[in-house]
Design a protein around this ligand. Structure first.
Ligand code: FAD
Length: 379
């Protein structure tokens, strides 16, 4: 496994670094994930994505035919390192670009790639993920959103929940069950502006509405919007989920050490001793090397396998632990949210979701246990 950057990736990194230094607005640096005014936060990430696209920086590792630069995955790593070092936000379509797009490249048609990848990179289309339902979260097999064949396409009805940024999305990669087909679980592309789609935001404990309920009442889905085959949805979703739990969270995971530096500086400014953060620094290095290993594994054409749940658990629990250490050191100052601590408090609250979304820690641990031949916590 070679994690060093090639000459082409080094050139790309140096040029991108200069471009980011000259282009990234100061007020967009080190904005915690998922907080603040929803529309303003989404607009910032969307504009950032558009700027990166127009500069030709997005998805350097994608094939040129899909809108990338055809560089290696080492250039993707360089992209992430530059953004993290600058405290830049994630482009809005990180979800679509790192979770759904690889699945579309692997299982979709040329026509689908031509129709969807360009607008995704340009941030003309924002994508959301329609997997979870009121009765199907960890156990996605319980999904009941049904797609009834109708003429050339399908009529879809059901309900999704916890759908991040659905309020701002133009497209959704949606899991449905096609009726009349044994195990008809299928991935389709949903156009969010079709009649019958209703999005209702849900307020989370930070006060923002990152996620939503999505109601589907007789919504038409075109036959050419099936990704893969009818009934092949698990294979497509498993491929996508492995990326959600690894490369999809790569920028957030690599950001742990930058956040620790900011945390340390903030503690010192408040007259506190940040020495207790040393354990978190050690954990952040473990997260960092796991994410780099995942990228290198994918670069070699292999699936991340158990590295994906390992990365998910290390990052999400590591992040929660480092924010908990901050509270242990600075205590009531943080929880009272005074004197510049408000963003830290909201980051702490939002981090509670990180061991849930993308698959809970319990589910990840059971996957890891299974791969080691150990029993799950349910026997
Ligand atoms: C901020 C946030 C954003 C999200 N964004 C999206 C999104 O964009 N799209 C989307 O589709 N979903 C999204 N989700 C939903 C997320 O994927 C689910 O919440 C998650 O998969 C858990 O499902 P659940 O909430 O139904 O909980 P449940 O599956 O009901 O689980 C409840 C508890 O039981 C435990 N449990 C369940 N089954 C097992 C088992 N077999 N073994 C051991 N323990 C088990 C779980 O670990 C958990 O502690 C988001 C969630 C959050 C918090």
């Amino acid at each position: 496994m070679d994690l060093s950057l090639s000459g082409a990736a080094l050139d790309y990194r140096d040029e991108l670094r200069d471009w980011v230094a000259a282009t990234l607005p100061v007020g967009w640096r080190d904005v915690p994930v998922g907080i603040g005014d929803d529309a303003a936060y989404v607009a910032m990430r969307r504009d950032w994505g558009t700027m990166l696209h127009e500069g030709g920086w997005l998805a350097p590792h994608w094939p040129a035919a899909c809108g990338g630069r055809g560089l290696g995955v080492d250039a993707q790593l360089a992209f992430l390192d530059v953004l993290v070092a600058a405290g830049a936000p994630e482009p809005m379509n990180t979800n679509g670009m790192s979770i759904f797009a690889p699945a579309l490249m692997a299982f979709g048609t040329d026509d689908q790639r031509a129709r969807y990848l360009g607008p995704m990179l340009a941030h003309d289309d924002i994508w959301c993920q329609g997997f979870s339902e009121p009765g199907a979260g960890s156990d996605l097999g319980g999904l009941t959103t049904r797609a009834i064949p109708d003429g050339d396409g399908f009529v879809v009805s059901g309900q999704k929940v916890w759908t991040s940024y659905a309020l701002f999305a133009q497209r959704c990669y949606l899991m449905v069950r096609v009726t009349g087909v044994p195990d008809g679980v299928t991935m389709v592309v949903l156009h969010m502006d079709r009649p019958g789609v209703t999005v209702r935001p849900l307020r989370n404990l930070t006060g923002s509405s990152e996620f939503c309920e999505v109601f589907l009442d007789d919504v038409t889905v075109d036959a050419d919007d099936i990704v893969g085959e009818i009934g092949d949805g698990w294979r497509v979703a498993t491929y996508a989920l492995a990326r959600e739990r690894s490369t999809g969270l790569a920028q957030r995971a690599l950001q742990l050490s930058r956040e620790l530096e900011l945390m340390n500086a903030r503690l010192h400014a408040g007259g506190h001793d940040g020495a207790a953060l040393v354990g978190a620094f050690v954990r952040s290095r473990a997260v960092d090397s796991t994410v780099r290993r995942v990228l290198a594994t994918i670069a070699e054409g292999a699936e991340p396998g158990m590295l994906a749940p390992v990365a998910k658990v290390l990052w999400s629990e590591g992040h929660q632990a480092q924010l908990a250490t901050l509270v242990e050191i600075a205590g009531p100052e943080v929880t009272a949210a005074g004197d510049g601590w408000a963003d830290w408090l909201r980051a702490l609250l939002f981090s509670r979701a990180e061991t849930i979304y993308g698959g809970t820690s319990e589910i990840q641990r059971n996957l890891i246990a299974k791969s080691l031949g150990l029993p799950s916590d349910r026997g």
